[in-house]
Structures are given as C-alpha cells and as structure tokens.
Design a protein. Structure first.
Length: 69
C-alpha cells in the first residue's frame, strides 16, 4: 500500500463549485476557499491549519493544484 497524505482536497467537479475535503478517508465537506479548508482542519483538531495547507506531507491537492477553487 502506498503512503498518502492524511488530508485530501479533491478536484472541483464540473459544474459544481468547491472541492470535497477528506481527512483520513472521512469526508468533512466541501470547501469553497482556503478559509473553509482551514476551518474544516481546525475543527478536525489540526492546530495551525493555515500553515499546513502548503505542506505536502499533510495535504494532497488533487486536480488543478493548491489554492485553485
């Protein structure tokens, strides 16, 4: 089994705004921007969530790349 970051931000779906966010396989919801993502991660118990967004060991941005909403 290959290693995967514990937080996955999925690509936007055509015709639907936002990106689905998972932490260790549990869907937290749809984020529509960095502020939403930080709030999801804060609620999941990740301190300094805003600093974690660019850490590839924690967050895997799938699709068009990081911070593309």
């Amino acid at each position: 089994m290959s290693w995967q970051a514990p937080i996955v931000v999925h690509p936007p779906r055509p015709g639907h705004p936002g990106r689905r966010v998972e932490v260790r396989g549990v869907v937290l919801g749809t984020a529509y921007g960095d502020a939403d993502l930080v709030e999801f991660l804060r609620r999941a118990g990740l301190g300094d969530a805003d600093m974690a967004l660019d850490d590839p060991h924690l967050v895997e941005w799938r699709g068009p790349g990081a911070h593309v909403w």
